[in-house]
Design a protein around this ligand. Structure first.
Ligand code: SF4
Length: 445
């Protein structure tokens, strides 16, 4: 017998394997799996097949993380409402983090139980940690929201959070990938629990949620996520650029430094998430709103609106104008959100996320881009009627044509390269009115 065959572990496995693969029922009984998830603490659960169209956009990434995936188990955990609603945001944050840990713990226990039964499974994080080497690209392994919607656990409201038909938006989402099929899969529910009451619209301090359904990602990311990712990077750059402690304190006050310490020492704290606090949707939630709508607004929404606080905005953004107009008692602080693309594809796909539609008023322009050098490609950006359309080729008749060396363009976006220098050196060339290039820049501050 070879040395390998004689190894105690190999011998033990072959002599008395505790797992008999042939006994694993396939497909798994959906009722049994559902009961297991609920027993281990989930508040609701649904199942989605790997080939469902609703998750087509992320299927490949899921299969990279766990190649044998056949089923996605989506589940929710309820959050306590009053903490999330309080204008004292430490109370909301402790609820977000406590429930988030619960989601991860429950997912861990479900996977451990399945593993003991010989069923391979994997639990991606509820939120963080994520794949930061891909930042500012797609850093998450699974996008939980589309999975939850496909699993019949709710629909996204106007505020882009999933609203469960019973628990409302006071939930956090988990997803487990398993190698087995199950006997029954779930379908999306046939109505959206969102009431379109627009309370999330009026509660948001940066105007990120438009009454018409538009979502300003950049506004939300810059303020609510100030102590995550890009906001943290901007803070580090504040330190790096400060000539002295006094100079640093001119940029970051003691409260902000202490807040950043708290986020680093405890867990990153959301600055707002007021849209979740204000939402009255869901069978368990709606009663208080229906009994007394004015009273609900006074008790839940008004304190968030009236709160005197610092709001973080990118200079020249729609959010800056919005806070000054709607919430003059809140203090505006101009910051960078450090959303710097590190590739031309990243630049193009990120444009709709950072587009500031109110800065584009009056524009009806077709921009043609030709990138040369390291990343060679063509693109068209159409800005019209306060909307943006990005195409990966030249379409239509351009009003302005911009040819740029891709590396120089990325340096220019990162404010590491002066555009005048680049124009003189012909690293960036413009055919058309420079005024249109300026107008383009204004839409993406
Ligand atoms: S607050 Fe109203 S409009 Fe906003 S998501 Fe909730 S139900 Fe929909």
């Amino acid at each position: 017998m070879s040395k390998f065959d004689d190894h105690p572990t190999v011998r033990q496995y072959r002599e008395q394997s505790t797992i008999d693969d042939s006994t694993i029922a396939s497909p798994l009984d959906a009722d049994w799996l559902r009961s297991l998830c609920l027993e281990l603490g989930a508040d609701d659960v649904g199942f989605v097949e790997i080939d469902r169209p609703e998750i087509a956009a992320q299927r490949q990434d899921i299969l990279v993380a766990f190649p044998p995936t056949k089923t996605l188990v989506s589940f929710v955990c309820r959050m306590n409402r009053e903490n999330v609603r309080s204008s004292e945001r430490s109370l909301a944050n402790v609820e977000f983090h406590t429930t988030g840990d619960e989601v991860n713990q429950i997912a861990h226990e479900i996977v451990a139980t399945l593993e003991q039964k010989g069923i391979r499974a994997l639990n991606p994080a509820m939120g963080f940690p994520m794949e930061m080497d891909r930042f500012p690209g797609k850093i998450w392994v699974v996008s939980h929201k589309p999975v939850a919607v496909a699993a019949g656990l709710g629909h996204m409201g106007i505020h882009r959070n999933v609203i469960h038909p019973k628990f409302g938006n006071f939930i956090l989402l988990g997803t487990i990938l398993i190698e087995a099929e199950v006997t029954k899969y779930n379908k999306p529910i046939d109505y959206n629990p969102c009431l379109e009451c627009k309370l999330c619209v009026v509660a948001c301090p940066v105007g990120a949620i438009g009454g018409d359904g538009h979502f300003n990602f950049s506004a939300c990311y810059t303020h609510n996520y100030r102590e995550f990712l890009g906001g943290f990077t901007d803070w580090v750059e504040d330190i790096a650029e400060s000539k002295s402690a006094h100079d640093y304190r001119q940029k970051v006050n003691d409260s902000e430094s202490a807040s950043m310490w708290q986020s680093l020492a405890f867990k990153s704290n959301y600055k707002a998430a007021y849209c979740v606090a204000a939402c009255p949707a869901g069978e368990d939630v709606i009663g208080q709103f229906l009994r007394n709508k004015k009273g609900f607004v006074k008790e839940v929404v008004r304190p968030l609106q009236d709160k005197e606080e610092t709001i973080y905005v990118v200079p020249g953004s729609d959010a800056q104008d919005y806070v000054a107009r709607r919430f003059p008692h809140k203090k505006v602080k101009q910051v960078s959100n450090s959303l710097r693309p590190n590739s031309i594809q990243g630049f193009l796909s990120g444009l709709p996320l950072v587009f500031q539609r109110n800065q584009s008023v009056g524009l009806d322009v077709i921009y043609h881009f030709t990138f040369t050098g390291k990343e060679q490609c063509q693109a068209t950006v159409i800005i019209k009627d306060k909307t943006i359309q990005v195409e990966n080729s030249h379409i239509g008749t351009a009003n302005i044509h911009i040819s740029a060396d891709s590396h120089t363009w990325l340096q220019f976006l990162a404010k590491e390269q002066n555009i005048v220098w680049a124009l003189i050196r012909r690293k960036i060339r413009v055919r058309g009115s420079l005024r249109l290039l300026q107008a383009f820049g204004k839409c993406f501050p």
